[in-house]
Design a protein around this ligand. Structure first.
Ligand SMILES: C[S@@+](CC[C@H](N)C(=O)[O-])C[C@H]1O[C@@H](n2cnc3c(N)ncnc32)[C@H](O)[C@@H]1O
Length: 251
């Protein structure tokens, strides 16, 4: 998947900037959205925070409200344009494997739903370790394949059958080697948890948006539309959005 992945991701985000924020903002679990869960693990003392693959920058308003100096980077100019349109900044175009920052100047890195979409997460983690000061924190959320309650399986199986595949990522749906990769670059993992969230799908438009938010390289648009129509026929319903949260500290 790797060779085709980067152009796919570019196109995906150019065609639908802000889609991750729109879906995750209406995904709720114990205590709030996945964004709130990420922020709950961010040390209060962090004053300079880098938002890795920030997308439309949903984390900027709450962090700026805390008095944090925030910088967002992303490879997608379209995502960053949507952040700017919302008055969120500063943002810069950058690849996570070559960050335009000096060594050790950042108190914390937040990475919401980012590490699973980059072809070389080890290189991205190396850059995170380089820009963090010793004792600085990485707080990352990722897609996860669990927990999924048994009662949701028929809907998910029906959806996967219509799509002909599951959502795909270069590092696989579990990112199995992530903890070891973090440790290798000097990031000590302090917690690695998974939590269920639920996305309410009430209308055909929301069904379509949910399908559009899935990374489905190789799936024909007509197949995506058919899956969205199938889902729309079952509304209202709640789709599980399991999330993994990893916290690590720079040694
Ligand atoms: C699932 S979205 C998450 C966006 C945002 N953090 C959020 O949670 O709403 C993944 C983001 O990663 C960005 N991205 C993908 N590959 C990247 C890379 N190699 N370097 C920087 N950003 C990248 C995409 O453009 C996209 O904005």
């Amino acid at each position: 998947m790797s060779a085709d992945w980067e152009p796919y991701v570019h196109r995906f985000h150019a065609e639908r900037p802000g889609i991750t924020e729109r879906v995750l903002s209406r995904s709720v679990g114990p205590g709030g959205t996945p964004y709130g869960w990420l922020l709950a693990a961010l040390p209060r003392a962090a004053q300079v925070v880098l938002d890795l693959a920030c997308g439309s920058a949903p984390l900027q308003p709450p962090l700026s409200a805390r008095g944090v100096r925030w910088l967002g980077v992303d490879i997608s100019a379209a995502e960053l344009a949507s952040a700017r349109d919302l008055g969120r900044g500063p943002v810069a175009v950058a690849n996570v494997s070559a960050l335009p920052l000096g060594d050790g100047g950042v108190d914390a890195v937040v990475a919401s739903m980012a590490l699973m979409v980059v072809p070389e997460p080890g290189a991205a983690l190396g850059e995170v370790a380089r820009v963090l000061r010793p004792g600085g924190a990485l707080v990352a959320t990722l897609a996860s394949d669990r927990p999924i309650p048994a009662r949701s399986l028929p809907t998910l199986i029906g959806l996967v059958r219509r799509l002909g595949t599951r959502p795909g990522y270069p590092g696989g749906s579990n990112m199995g080697g992530l903890v070891a990769a973090a440790e290798r670059v000097g990031l000590a993992v302090t917690s690695d948890e998974r939590r269920p969230f639920w996305c309410d799908v009430r209308t055909p438009a929301e069904a379509s948006e949910l399908v559009q938010a899935l990374y489905l390289p190789g799936v024909a648009p007509e197949r995506e539309r058919a899956a969205a129509r199938w889902l729309a026929g079952r509304t209202p319903l709640r789709i599980p959005v399991p999330i993994r949260r990893l916290v690590a500290v720079r040694r």
